[in-house]
Design a binder for this molecule. Structure first.
Ligand code: PLP
Length: 295
């Protein structure tokens, strides 16, 4: 990852009425160490984050990302982020993003330093990887049991399954397992056989003219890319909806994608070794939409 910019933030209270937060920002060199060894984000993965796609200098879907950051903060008992402060930080970051092509802005809000007084927060900007192959040739996926049944989020909210926490070691392990099995990515399924999400993406399936995705009931993250795509598809006259999707339905789909803020729409070519149709024209038009400026 080619880092371009980093900004430390002194997090303001959510009701801080200031309109100018520049005094709470400190630009740092992204190539030099910046965190305390007592940082709980690095010791325990205790914190939350967002990854925002940037296209030609425009940060995409800032509002929905800030809403999800606030939702994750609430689930993790972190202080509510000040939306105006984070928006200003994102504006500074967008100005340091590639003026042409794609970048990624990360927002990180950590529990802070052990025994410290306050959370630690920072923003980074990097050049995005080239995702052309995944977007055009597609990806093979395998289904992986997440090990929880669909009642787990309600029974055990401390699993934080609906929060975008920094604890992604499990998600990364699932991607390695997918590669060991000869695939490019994974789809988590509940132990009672329902489709959930990918380790870093949402799942969208097309059956005829209806586009569906698993209901974000607390077991998965509500993807900002999926939300934006559904608004677009609805505006184009398509039928979209949230559904309970049994694993067996994956291979019955007329087309399927993994959707995320930086890779965008990656068409699925195979599920557990079974080929599924790829709608190349529709995929290209979805990615054109996702690459257009979106707020
Ligand atoms: N689900 C998980 C577990 C993710 O990590 C992500 C993105 O990183 C998504 C879904 C898709 O979310 P978004 O479209 O907001 O990037």
């Amino acid at each position: 990852m080619a880092w371009r910019f980093a900004l430390m933030i002194d997090p303001a209270a959510s009701d801080d009425p200031r309109t100018d937060f520049s005094g709470t920002f400190r630009i740092i060199d992204p190539a030099t160490p910046a965190l305390s060894v007592g940082e709980l984000s690095t010791q325990r993965g205790d914190g939350i984050f967002e990854s925002i796609g940037v296209v030609d200098g425009h940060a995409q879907e800032v509002g929905p990302h800030l809403e999800r950051l606030a939702h994750s903060a609430q689930l993790c008992d972190l202080p509510a982020p000040n939306a105006a402060q984070w928006r200003q930080a994102i504006e500074l970051a967008a100005a340091e993003s590639p003026a042409e092509g794609e970048g990624v802005i990360k927002l990180i809000l950590s529990r802070g330093v052990e025994h410290g007084p306050a959370p630690t927060a920072w923003v980074t900007v990097a050049q995005a990887a080239d995702n052309t192959t995944a977007r055009t040739r597609g990806i093979r996926v395998v289904t992986l049991d997440r090990g929880y049944d669909s009642g787990a989020p309600a029974r055990a909210p401390w699993l934080l399954l609906g929060a975008k926490t920094l604890s992604y070691a499990v998600n990364m392990a699932a991607l390695r397992e997918a590669r060991r099995r000869g695939a490019d990515d994974a789809i988590f399924v509940s132990s009672d056989g329902l489709v959930l999400e990918a380790p870093t993406a949402s799942v969208v399936l097309r059956f005829g003219d209806r586009f569906v995705t698993p209901e974000p009931t607390g077991a998965i993250l509500h993807g900002t890319t999926q939300l934006s795509l559904f608004d677009h598809l609805r505006a184009e006259g398509h039928d979209v909806g949230y559904e309970t999707i049994p694993v067996a339905d994956l291979v019955k789909a007329d087309a399927a994608w993994l959707l995320s803020s930086v890779r965008l729409a990656a068409p699925i070519t195979e599920v557990d070794g079974i080929a599924i149709p790829v709608d190349a024209g529709l995929t290209a038009s979805i990615n054109r939409y996702l690459l257009s400026p979106r707020d």
